[in-house]
Design a protein around this ligand. Structure first.
Ligand code: FAD
Length: 106
């Protein structure tokens, strides 16, 4: 089975970075594909209980793919939901660009 921690770090890196560089004004095609990418996670993410909980969360909090700012915030809030469940520190969602776009990456 996959290492859930390493998989999680890699996946959040991919998702937050993709959101940080998502267009300000995405085309309908870009929006549709982002929606598919997000909706694929509950179906395909290879940590079943993670996938199930994420699926429940996005039912209550549907993805906002209208533009990079809204998407980055939405994703930050979803990640914070997981942080809360795992009793990790909450991330300041005003700092997503600094972390994932402008700032130095690790
Ligand atoms: P991560 O939580 O992986 O975060 C990586 C980096 O992202 C942090 O160092 C920080 O710089 C930044 N960051 C942190 N919070 C935010 C935020 N809110 N917004 C933007 N950037 C942020 N693990 C489980 O054990 N159980 C689960 O149910 C579970 N569900 C998951 C669901 C999904 C969709 C994903 C992608 C992962 C899930 N994970 C789950 C994995 C878990 O979220 C962590 O990735 C893993 O525990 C490693 O944590 P970490 O402390 O290294 O940092």
């Amino acid at each position: 089975p996959p290492d859930v921690e390493q998989l999680g770090r890699a996946t959040w890196t991919f998702l937050h970075t993709t959101a940080a560089y998502y267009p300000e004004r995405p085309t309908p095609t870009q929006r549709a594909n982002m929606l598919m990418l997000i909706r694929a996670l509950p179906v395909l993410y290879p940590c079943t209980h993670c996938a199930d909980d994420f699926g429940e969360d996005i039912k209550v909090n549907p993805p906002d793919v209208s533009g990079r700012v809204a998407l980055s915030r939405w994703l930050c809030e979803r990640h914070n939901q997981v942080n809360k469940k795992l009793r990790k520190d909450e991330f300041d969602c005003t700092k997503t660009d600094e972390r994932w776009r402008d700032g130095p990456n690790d």
